[in-house]
Design a protein around this ligand. Structure first.
Ligand SMILES: [Zn+2]
Length: 458
């Protein structure tokens, strides 16, 4: 097993560095100092099109950006901490596109980074707690991901503490203006939003230049939501929880009818998602965990020990499995929602619609980081290539990430949020289980620091 070796850790003056790094410095606009160099690493950029470029390469990081990518024959600049990364593979940092981070403790943030998740799109939380968390992460007090956030979930009726009720079109417009002023990056809605209020919400969002993600309200057909411009649709179930489920006597009956939906009606929705490039974040792993919840609680994942006594109690006792949860027929039906989701993911992907990887933690049993890896495995099982599955987590959420086309890429100027792997992730996404190091905003987090997180260190 390869380990990192520190080849050089020298500091130099700006002048010495200028001379050493840029012998032909006449064309160089400003003196710049590399801060970290990954020598001899193999790039695995899921967003790269066309034939792969030279590999291995040397990646020069300055501050929080990739400054240069050098071919093996080019001179490696001196003066920075240089890591011999030969035999290792480099991917862009992962995004979890559906989290509720403000509802969790610090260990969730650390475990995300330990699993290579360097950014999240937070879809529903307490604004004050989110901003405090962001400040602690930015100052370096807490190891954690970059957070793109929606703030409160806008819903017709609250079904959680962080929901903000929008009961009228006017309330929707006020909420959007306030959240825009508070600096939120996007908006999130839920299934109890009234039809009229939902369309007013989309209009207000468009006026403020914000995008709407979330569930599809129960009174809105998924195709209407697509055509009206909801940019991201969350959870496989939301496609069925409104107009579709109301045709049946109960949830379980509707689940049984879903294969028929796939065979008859799905194409129209798929065409719309392709035309509007609607991002679909199915959160399949969450449904797998729910379907097999009794088995999960009978043999909890060892990571649960790290999440603290409160989480343990709320999952194992507060959400203890019921008799229904142990009924094999119910388990099979709930599990079939994952199978339906996988077929929809495969067909959307083949047709050209974007798929996103998200976990929806902090629901019971959903583990930070680890279950994002599981989500990608479910995408591969659905028929995506490992590279295509990785892209669902590296591409990021779209415009609200700051509109930087280099985000999620391994190119000069891209953010230095990176994961170093011991195995080739284009061969298998299970390589995500073998992280050698993470680069977070330009800072190298070595394996021993990651091991410390798994041992429960702060
Ligand atoms: Zn959620």
């Amino acid at each position: 097993m390869r380990t990192l070796t520190l080849r050089r850790a020298t500091l130099c003056t700006a002048l010495a560095c200028l001379l050493a790094c840029h012998p032909r410095s006449a064309e160089v606009e400003a003196p710049s100092t590399p801060t970290l160099i990954l020598a001899g690493i193999t790039l695995r950029d899921p967003g790269a099109e066309g034939p792969a470029g030279a590999n291995p390469v040397t990646v020069v990081i300055e501050g929080d950006r990739i400054a240069r990518i050098l071919d093996p024959h080019e001179t490696v600049p001196a003066g920075a901490r240089t890591i011999d990364a030969s035999g290792l593979y480099l991917i862009p940092g992962l995004w979890d596109l559906h989290t509720h981070l403000s509802l969790t403790g610090d260990m969730f943030s650390r475990l995300l980074v330990a699993h290579g998740v360097t950014a999240v799109r937070d879809l529903g939380g307490n604004v004050e707690q989110l901003e405090a968390l962001r400040a602690r992460i930015e100052s370096g007090e807490l190891l954690g991901p970059r957070i793109v956030r929606a703030g409160p979930t806008l819903n017709g009726a609250p079904n959680a503490a962080h929901h903000r009720v929008i009961a009228t079109p006017e309330e929707a417009a006020t909420a959007v203006a306030e959240l825009k002023a508070a600096g939120m990056d996007l908006l999130k809605t839920h299934n109890a939003t009234d039809r009229e209020v939902y369309f007013a919400l989309l209009e207000a969002a468009a006026q403020q230049g914000m995008k709407l993600a979330g569930h599809i309200p129960k009174g809105v057909d998924p195709i209407e939501a697509c055509r009206a411009g909801q940019y991201s649709v969350e959870h496989i179930a939301t496609i069925f929880e409104g107009t579709y489920i109301s045709r049946f006597d109960g949830d379980l009956e509707a689940i049984q009818a879903m294969p028929t939906w796939l065979a008859t009606e799905a194409d129209e929705l798929i065409d719309c998602f392709v035309e509007y490039q609607t991002l679909f974040v199915p959160t399949l792993r969450t449904y797998r965990v729910r379907a097999r919840w009794a088995a999960w609680t009978d043999d909890p994942d060892p990571l649960l020990d790290l999440l603290g006594e409160d989480v343990r109690n709320s999952w194992l006792e507060g959400a203890a499995p019921t008799e229904k949860d142990r009924n094999p027929k119910v388990i099979e039906l709930r599990d079939s929602l994952v199978t339906v989701g996988q077929e929809l993911v495969r067909r959307l992907h083949e047709a050209g619609a974007p798929i996103g990887a998200g976990t929806d933690f902090s629901g019971p049993g959903v583990l930070p980081g680890k279950d994002l890896h599981r989500e990608l495995e479910l995408f591969v099982e659905a028929g995506l290539l490992p590279r295509e599955a990785l892209l669902t987590a590296t591409r990021g959420p779209g415009g609200e990430a700051g509109g930087d086309a280099r985000q999620g890429r391994l190119v000069e100027g891209a953010p230095a949020d990176l994961v170093l792997l011991r195995r080739d992730p284009f061969e298998s996404v299970e390589a995500l289980g073998e992280i050698e190091a993470v680069v977070l905003r330009g800072r190298l987090i070595e394996r021993r620091e990651i091991d410390g997180i798994f041992e429960g260190h702060e």
